[in-house]
Design a protein around this ligand. Structure first.
Ligand SMILES: Cc1cc2nc3c(=O)[nH]c(=O)nc-3n(C[C@H](O)[C@H](O)[C@H](O)COP(=O)(O)OP(=O)(O)OC[C@H]3O[C@@H](n4cnc5c(N)ncnc54)[C@H](O)[C@@H]3O)c2cc1C
Length: 444
């Protein structure tokens, strides 16, 4: 019987295993050094905040694995012999594979800051990081977080629930400047400012972490020379593929493991999926490495098809993502870059008091919708996916806004204001489509 071995029990590896099992009788083994059972990485923050015990972050009961004949090995893979198709592990005997799936995830970035390895300085990625954070933040009063991204905001929210004062160092002039356009980043910035205990330092970076006598962090110095006293430093300046142990051999590795459109690598019977995979050729405007939950799941599903007799290319379609900055909800569909491209134009509607913002980007010439960012108003994913695929014009989208709004009836709706604002800005005369029509179209 063919043996599929998967390194990594995150969302991508586990999805691949589940779907291979659905479609075949192959022997399946998942190896992971982190935990025996798969858990939801995105839920780690809720464990620290006391909303759920760690065991509830595990989507499957322990007997799921036996029932589905998926063998679990908790160990570290040290090296791979691709000729012998054999893995060397730290504690267990070598394992042979027929097909190998590398689903080894990411690691937090460390940029060689002085003092980055002192006690009390850490990133947040793994279960071990969560346990370490629990220890490192016991009884402390002040923390510094370096890097204004999604994990940084999560960490800030976690620390504030323990009444720890947080200073956030953000390199750009707004929040998540590498991803969000100016207006959007400023909205998040203003939202974060409201949180008591959170001090924001924009256009500021870490220079050095200084230790006390026990080599624990006691303060940091910023690039501009400010000294900030703290007992914890969170390093959340992004992640990179966890591929160091794979470098220097036959496998083609750049920033991530280089893969073809079907997720195969340069070595026969070796595949890579999830955060660690880097596409040799990008699909439309998608990035070569995408480190989000749903792309890992989609890659796992796609590869399972290929390995069970239906060769399939990875085709993720229109980009989407969602997140929360404390209680500000954010969704994005399609392509809204942090800077407008030459052939793009934008329409931004906002209500600062209520912290609502819609940011549409469309093609200057054809007016076709490229993407939308939305804060505080939920939009229907499937509809925007369709509109972007079908290259619907911005005017059509504005006209049919009622159809796209996902918020329940009792929320105040802003479509009339938005349409009127659009008409003023673009000297147009769009009339909002009537309820009756879109309800019928959506079958609700
Ligand atoms: C705190 C946090 C919050 C997040 N929130 C969101 C969110 O809200 N939405 C979203 O879309 N994404 C979010 N993400 C990102 C998302 O969790 C990742 O994109 C996703 O988990 C990656 O899955 P993966 O299967 O590729 O890898 P991973 O989940 O990283 O799994 C890889 C596994 O492989 C193991 N491994 C690696 N090397 C070896 C080896 N040599 N031997 C044995 N085992 C090995 C690792 O220990 C790890 O368990 C978040 C990430 C973090 C850290």
């Amino acid at each position: 019987m063919e043996h599929v071995v998967i390194i990594g029990n995150g969302i991508s590896g586990v999805t691949a295993a589940r779907h291979i099992r659905k479609n075949s009788d192959k022997r399946i083994t998942i190896i992971s050094s982190e935990t025996k059972y798969f858990f939801s990485r995105t839920a780690l923050m809720y464990v620290y905040m006391g909303h759920m015990p760690f065991k509830d972050t595990q989507p499957y009961e322990p007997n799921f694995w036996k029932k589905n004949r998926i063998e679990l090995v908790q160990d570290i893979v040290l090296s791979i012999d691709y000729d012998k198709k054999e893995l060397s592990l730290k504690d267990s005997s070598p394992i042979q594979y027929d097909q190998l799936i590398l689903a080894v995830g990411s690691k937090p970035n460390k940029f060689g800051w002085k003092g980055q390895d002192l006690s009390g300085v850490q990133g947040l990625y793994s279960k071990k990081d969560l346990d370490m954070m629990e220890e490192n933040t016991k009884g402390i009063t002040d923390a510094v977080i370096v890097g204004g991204g999604l994990i940084g905001v999560e960490m800030a929210e976690m620390l504030l629930t323990r009444n720890i004062n947080v200073t956030f160092l953000i390199r750009e002039n707004r929040f998540w400047g590498g991803v969000l356009p100016l207006e959007d980043g400023l909205l998040v910035k203003n939202h974060l400012k409201k949180h008591h205990g959170l001090t924001l330092r924009f256009e500021e970076e870490l220079e050095e972490v200084l230790p006390d006598q026990e080599l624990r962090v006691k303060e940091i110095i910023t690039k501009k020379g400010e000294h900030i006293s703290c007992q914890f430093v969170g390093l959340t300046a992004g992640v990179h593929p966890n591929v160091d142990f794979l470098k220097g051999g036959k496998l083609e590795v750049d920033k991530g493991i280089l893969v073809n459109s079907d997720l195969s690598t340069n070595i026969p019977d070796v595949y890579a999926i999830g955060d660690c995979a880097q596409f040799k050729q990008t699909n439309g405007e998608r990035k070569p490495i995408e480190q989000v939950w749903y792309t890992g799941r989609m890659m796992g599903e796609t590869l399972a098809l290929t390995l069970t007799g239906t060769p399939t290319d990875y085709n993720p379609g229109v980009w989407f993502n969602s997140a929360k900055f404390f209680d500000l909800e954010y969704q994005t569909y399609g392509w809204v870059w942090n800077e407008l491209k030459e052939d793009e134009e934008e329409f931004i509607w906002k209500n600062e008091e209520k912290e609502l913002l819609l940011h549409f980007v469309f093609n200057k010439e054809s007016h076709e919708l490229k993407g939308v960012n939305t804060f505080g108003i939920r939009l229907r994913h499937e509809l925007f996916d369709k509109w972007i695929k079908e290259k619907v014009s911005i005017e059509e989208v504005i006209k049919k806004l009622r159809m796209a709004n996902f918020d329940p009836e009792f929320y105040k709706r802003y479509e009339k204001e938005i349409v009127s604002d659009f008409n003023t800005k673009f000297s147009s005369n769009i009339q909002l489509a009537k309820n009756k029509w879109w309800k019928k179209a959506l079958n609700v």
